[in-house]
Design a protein around this ligand. Structure first.
Ligand SMILES: Nc1ncnc2c1ncn2[C@@H]1O[C@H](COP(=O)(O)OP(=O)(O)OP(=O)(O)O)[C@@H](O)[C@H]1O
Ligand SMILES: [Mg+2]
Length: 228
């Protein structure tokens, strides 16, 4: 089976080599848990490996994303170059509906051979639906469409809490191929970032909750280490 290496230190090991190619994974986490940073590094590492990436940002402008990521990852010194070469595209659609996002994806895949995609965040899209049933149906159709495209994607989902025991299952958890949960945990006098792979169709994977850090040279996932 083909796998797409995220390139994020430690994460591919947890995934037994990477995300199964063509799958669509949700990154689920509370505010500030590192969703955007994960997505950006996924595309950055891909671009460096020769796989073009498209970042569909539904809230922040491309300038915001590049500026924020410059402070988060100061050692990614070639992002502007990769962007200029269209290996790392960041776009903010005018409309936030799924049809528009799907069209944008199809267009960029056809014209720029996009292999990795990010949608940040699906929570914005959900707000445009009147009912959960309608949203679930449309999301399902959207994923069917994505499955016909040769792309491996990450979609962020905003959890209303950063606490593990308060997280609940949402519609997206059932339709997505994989779920990675990001946490910002209280540990006595400090906060600890942690993640776990909750599900990943098509591959075995680690089920441990492990700590991670956002460092200037990229995210480091500490496989085999305990959060406590
Ligand atoms: N230069 C930096 N060094 C270390 N940590 C940083 C740096 N810049 C940002 N961070 C941390 O990263 C967090 C934001 O990460 P990110 O934007 O990836 O999270 P997010 O889950 O996308 O947030 P949001 O819910 O706002 O979309 C900040 O809250 C901050 O703690
Ligand atoms: Mg974000």
């Amino acid at each position: 089976m083909d796998r797409v290496k995220t390139g994020i230190s430690g994460l591919d090991e947890m995934l037994n080599g990477g995300i199964p190619a063509g799958r669509h994974v949700a990154l689920y986490g509370g505010p500030g848990t590192g969703k955007t940073s994960f997505c950006f590094e996924y595309l950055y590492r891909g671009a460096k490996m020769g796989e073009n990436g498209l970042y569909i940002s539904l809230e922040e402008t491309p300038d915001d994303i590049f500026e924020n990521m410059k402070t988060t990852f100061p050692l990614f010194t070639d992002t502007a170059q990769l962007a200029a070469e269209k290996k790392l595209e960041v776009v903010k659609p005018n409309q936030i509906d799924l049809e528009n996002v799907a069209n944008l994806l199809e267009d960029r895949i056809a014209s720029n051979n996009i292999k990795r995609a990010v949608i940040d965040s699906a929570t914005m899209i959900r707000l445009t639906f009147k009912s959960d049933t309608e949203y679930r149906q449309t999301l399902f159709e959207f994923l069917s469409l994505l499955r016909n495209l040769d792309v491996t994607s990450l979609t962020t989902l905003e959890a209303s809490t950063a606490k593990r025991d308060e997280m609940k299952f949402d519609i997206e958890h059932f339709v997505m191929d994989g779920i990675i949960n990001l946490y910002n945990l209280d540990r006595e006098d400090r906060r600890v970032r942690a993640l776990e792979i909750m599900k990943m169709r098509g591959t075995d994977h680690s089920r441990e909750m492990v700590p991670f850090k956002v460092t200037p040279s990229g995210i480091k996932v500490y496989v085999g280490e305990k959060v406590f």
